[in-house]
Design a protein around this ligand. Sequence first.
Ligand code: TXA
Ligand code: MG
Length: 350
Amino acid sequence: MDTIIRKLTASPDDEDIYQQAAQIIRRGGLVAFPTETVYGLGADGMSEDAARKIYAAKGRPTDNPLILHIADRKDLERITDKVTEDADKLMKCFWPGPLTLIFEKRKEVPYGITGGLETVAVRMPSHPAIRELIRRSGTAIAAPSANTSGRPSPTMAEHVWEDMAGKIDMLIDGGSVGIGLESTIVDMTVDPPMLLRPGYITVPMLKRVIEQLQIDPSLMEEAAPGVKPKAPGMKYRHYAPKAELTIVEGDLDKAAEEIERLAEEKRRQGYRTGIIATEETRKFYHGGDVRIIGTRQDEETIARHLFAVLREFDELGTQYIFSEAFSQQDLGQAIMNRLLKAAGHQIIRL
Ligand code: TXA
Ligand code: MG
C-alpha cells in the first residue's frame, strides 16, 4: 500500500489533513499521528476488523491490548459504566494528558481491542492533532505506539516512517513530540488503584490525589518465571535496540570511568560501541559513538531523547551500548523502567 505523508503547518491548511485522516479512520484504515507522549498508530476503536490491522502492521502479539483515545469526557460513557470516585479525581487532575486509566469494559468494546480482557485502557490525550482526529472520526481511536513491535517507540515522524511506510494508509507529521515516553497507566479496577506503567505523571503526583496508590511490584524488576506483569504489554522485551545494552549504576564519576573502560575493551576487540551520556559526564568519554541524551538538571530532556538515541545506535550499527543510570525518583522512574527493559535488565551495580 502507498502511505500518504502530510505535514501539519499550524495553519488553516491543516483542515484538509484532518478531513482526509478522519475519512480513513471511518473507513477502517490506519493513520499514524503525534500525541504529547509518542507517535500513535490509530484505527477505529469500536471495530474488531480495524483493530486486527493494527496488530498486523506492528507485528504485535494479539494478547497485548490497545489504549482507546477519547476527546471528551462524555466519550467515556460508551466505553465503561463504572467510574469510581478515585478515577473521577484522577481524570479531573490529569486529563487531557499523559495518563491512561484501566476500566471495566462495556460490551460494545470489542475483545479485539482488549486482548480478550474484560477491562479496557482509556486515555484523553492533550495533543491537538489527535484530539481533532478523534472528534472528526466520531469514534474512540485505538492506538498503540506507532513502532514495529519490540522497537523503541517513535518520537518523530521519521521513526514512524522507518517502521510503517507501506503498511499504513497515512502518517501525519507533527514534528518531535513533547514528552518522549509513553503515558502513565493506572488500573482503576482494583482497590486501591495500581500503577502498571510509570510515565510523565509520576508517583508523587498520583499520590497527591490517591494516597493509597499501589505499585505493580514487577515494574522495576525482571519478571520472575511465572509472575505476569498486570499490563500484558509489559512482559515483552520492549524498546530493544539491536545492540547489547548494559547500564552501569553507581557514583557518577566512577560509573563514567567504568563505562569508558568497558567500551574501550570492546573497541579493542573490534566492536562498534555507543555510550549514552549526559551533559554532566561528556568529559569522561573519548572514543566510539557518544550521545548526549540531556542534562541531569532537567530529566525531561533525558526522557525526550531516550528512544531517538536508541534508534540512532541501531542505524549506526552499534554492537555494544553502555548507559549511565538515573535516579528512580519522579520522572527518573519512567526513564529507568524503559532503559531497564531495553537492556533486558542487564545492569552493573558498582
Ligand atoms: O502514551 C501512550 O500511552 C501511547 C500513545 C500513542 O497514546 N500509547 C501506547 O500504547 O503506549 P501501547 O500499546 O504501546 O501500550 C499500551 C499498554 C500496554 O503495555 C498494554 O499491555 C497496556 O497498555 N494495557 C492496555 N489495555 C490494558 C488492560 N485492559 N489492562 C492492563 N494493561 C493494559
Ligand atoms: Mg508500545
